[in-house]
Write a protein that binds this ligand. Structure first.
Ligand code: HSE
Length: 311
């Protein structure tokens, strides 16, 4: 059995515009890294966090990585195990890119691998959801499930948990832009109304079904047409500087669809090629820089694998 491991887990785009809390996909970049080492005494310790500007707690009960690993060890009756965790944040926190999810998933995948995989990636999802609950108050799975399983994921049901991996067109690429404004997921969830008009619900479930059909049919234009959100986007877009102008720029420059990534403030566009995704991130970046909003951009294909061991 190995004594230490380094794991990368990917950022994710949750909701995919029309599928609030039920759709998500993983990207190749960015992502977080965890180094986990066995120690002699039982217990989970966080010894080091980098890249977080001191924002994340080192207390093992409060840190999402250690807290979810503790739940996992309890569940498999291995509280005799001791590990030391280093977390290396390689993406912005509170960005809507599934930052807490990437860290938590890297930690759980590392622990499960060190113990020779007693649980399947699917079985790890509930423990990763515990981390989300700690980070933002609700244990949604639309970041952690694609981060763990890779690719596109549908959470058909939460109770009981029913997670479906979906196929996707190989030429689908993603342009991601993080405008550096503060939008904590906890707050972005509080601003959503609890009731939905029937006509908006009809629009929404038509689009969710359209998007899933587009994924199965390899029809990128159908995927793009279905990226419309009558419920969440009109509310959350208020928190994103020039959201509708950014959308216009992306669509004018070849995006098939555009929307908020997770709870924002990051936005993403789907394209049919890497080149178009690069051109769109450059245009969006220029616009944000012109209005004095610091930003970071990423271009990625869909990550089919999820977490991986880094040598
Ligand atoms: N579905 C969640 C939300 C994702 O939109 O609040 C958070 O990244």
């Amino acid at each position: 059995m190995r004594d230490s491991i380094k794991v990368f887990a990917p950022a994710t785009v949750a909701n995919v515009v029309c599928g609030f809390d039920v759709l998500g996909f993983a990207v190749d970049t960015p992502g977080d890294e965890v180094i986990m080492r066995r120690r002699l005494e039982p217990g989970v310790v966080i010894s080091k966090i980098t890249g977080d500007d001191g924002k994340l707690p080192l207390d093992p009960k409060k840190n999402t990585v250690s807290a979810s690993v503790r739940h996992y060890l309890q569940h498999i009756n291995r509280e005799d195990i001791g590990v030391d965790i280093e977390l290396h944040k390689k993406m912005p926190i509170g960005s809507g890119l599934g930052s807490s999810s990437a860290s938590t998933v890297a930690g759980l995948f590392a622990m499960n691998t060190l113990l020779n995989n007693p649980l399947s990636p699917n079985e790890l999802v509930p423990f990763a959801m515990k981390g989300e609950e700690l980070a933002c108050g609700t244990g949604h799975a639309d970041n952690v499930a694609p981060a763990l399983l890779g690719g596109f994921v549908l959470i058909r049901s939460y109770e009981p948990l029913d997670i479906i991996s979906l196929p996707f067109p190989k030429e689908l690429h993603c342009a991601l832009v993080f405008p550096d404004v503060d939008v904590p997921t906890r707050d972005a969830r509080r601003m959503i109304r609890n009731t939905v008009q029937l006509k908006d619900a009809v629009t929404q479930w038509g689009n969710v079904a359209g998007l899933v059909s587009g994924l199965f049919m390899n029809d990128i234009d159908l995927i793009g047409r279905s990226m419309q959100d009558a419920i969440i986007e009109p509310v959350r877009s208020i928190l994103i500087p020039n959201f509708y102008r950014l959308k216009e720029i992306a669509l004018e420059n070849g995006a098939v669809g555009f929307g908020i990534s997770g709870s924002g403030p990051s936005v993403f566009a789907f394209t049919k090629s890497n080149e178009t995704a690069i051109a769109i991130t450059q245009k969006l970046q220029r616009h944000l820089t012109n209005i004095h909003i610091a930003n970071q951009t990423y271009v990625s294909a869909i990550n089919a694998k999820g977490p991986r061991i880094v040598d």
